[in-house]
Ligand binder design. Sequence first.
Ligand code: UD1
Length: 432
Amino acid sequence: MTTAAPPSQDILKPHLAIAGGHKLQGELRVSGAKNSALVLMTASLLTSERLTLHNVPPLTDIDGMESILVSLGVKVRRRSETIELQASSLTSAEPPYKLVNGLRASFFAIGSILARMGYAKVPLPGGCRIGARPVVEHIRGLKALGALVTVEHGVVTAAVPGESKRLKGASIVLDCPSVGATETILMAATLAEGISVIENAAQEPEVQDLANLLNAMGARITGAGGPTITIEGVETLHGCEYSVIPDRIEAGTFLLAAAITRSRLRVAPVVPDHLSAVLQKLRDCGCVLEIDEEGITITPGEIKGVDITTQPFPGFPTDLQAPFMALLATANGTSVITEKIYENRMQHVAELQRMGASIRIQGNTAVVEGVSNLSAAPVNGTDLRAAAAMVLAGLVARGSSQVRGLNHLDRGYAGIEAKLRACGAVLERLLS
Ligand code: UD1
């Protein structure tokens, strides 16, 4: 007797079925920033007292970080979007590979584990589809603070020599303004002896958010948000309550959802200064933005092509390159989009082409000729932001699209289909 072959994993993967062509209206609520919340959670390792974080988005990446902290001995309580973390005493300085793999921000915990325990052993974060994503700057920074660091068999081991087990303040000039390296070094230096200075630091809002939290815990940090950060080391930190900033990338994605469907929509809460480069490009391509204390109302006009080059903050964020490309695929005219942060972040192009977009790739530059209509198709989001781009394209494409890659999407967009549906989008999650 023959048995039917089991369905392939691909067929079993859930997808979003999106009926394109529906206008949106009302307001899209923005959750707390994933990239902030993940790192703020690791700051709990720096104190034995309780850290309470509010506005933590319900995402699979946050679940992953929770598991990592639990594996180190942190007591965790989560109620809705509030998380209480208490690292009274740590039982391990070695997060396991199976938890760290695939969650890059978990590597950034090496700085706080080391500062608290004098020792840390953390597997290298896995390679990523969008590029190599090295951690040499993180390691250079920890070495400058006096740690002995070795990398063997894919694991980074760091130890503070001497009796006191305390890192020593130092001046560090980063070769590139890495967000993760700045955050790793910032956490390590808060408990070091003496003064540390990070030059060519990342200026992203998530770095400022981390510095604000650490200062609320008793750290002495100045200059975060600019290229030079000074940290006066303290002996201990204490607990506190803190609210995570709104997610600028989710907010940008929602503004693009309005623009691509040519719908007037309010997006809130947003800190406009966190999105200046993106707001400028939205205006340049024909959108009117009304900014109030809490949010932004966008009214798209006729969308024209614009050129975009991704840069470290305050430049245009790489994480909105793919979603913005979906909009420009529907623009009137030609756009040139250049990716400068990651060497392999153009995989959404083939999927957008499948939906009828006209895009030529030259290395890390995409030349996008706007078309008057996209057509629905089965597409795959190959990474988090590529998946978001597919959802945006699906909202406007003629017909019904099936967007796969929801394991990526769920890492960064809390309840996206419910949020979009409440504004008039027609989409549902299906399991086949
Ligand atoms: C963070 C964000 C990610 C965003 C990225 C850039 C988190 C959890 N993730 O990632 O969403 O896309 O910032 O805004 O916050 N680099 C080196 N050597 C290093 C470290 C980095 O050359 O040691 C390079 C990378 O290859 C990349 C660039 O620096 O080209 C930016 O990387 P980095 O800022 O470190 O990104 P992450 O902190 O990993």
